[in-house]
Design a protein around this ligand. Structure first.
Ligand SMILES: [Zn+2]
Length: 86
């Protein structure tokens, strides 16, 4: 669905459909606000409430991968050490 929204925005843009500038800006803003979280895998330790990059040094005790979406659904926050970009 999100991918579809982006594709739609691209099609509209390429086909030159006349959205006025205000509409276009609004649309671009909306599309930009949609994170591509579906394919992103983050790493989660056995304990803790953060999510991490795979090579985070705080994950010495083992970590398991999980889709970012699931991590966010669990209320996890990005680690301050490895600073996942998302
Ligand atoms: Zn980390």
């Amino acid at each position: 669905m999100r991918t579809f929204a982006k594709a739609l925005a691209l099609v509209l843009f390429l086909s030159g459909i006349a959205l006025n500038e205000g509409q276009m800006a609004q649309y671009e803003k909306a599309v930009a606000a949609i994170p591509d979280v579906e394919e992103i895998i983050v790493y989660v330790g056995a304990t803790g409430t953060k999510y991490h990059r795979e090579n985070c040094r705080t994950l010495r005790n083992g970590a398991y991968p999980m889709p970012l979406r699931d991590a966010l659904n669990e209320g996890r926050e990005p680690c301050k050490v490895c600073e996942p970009s998302v």
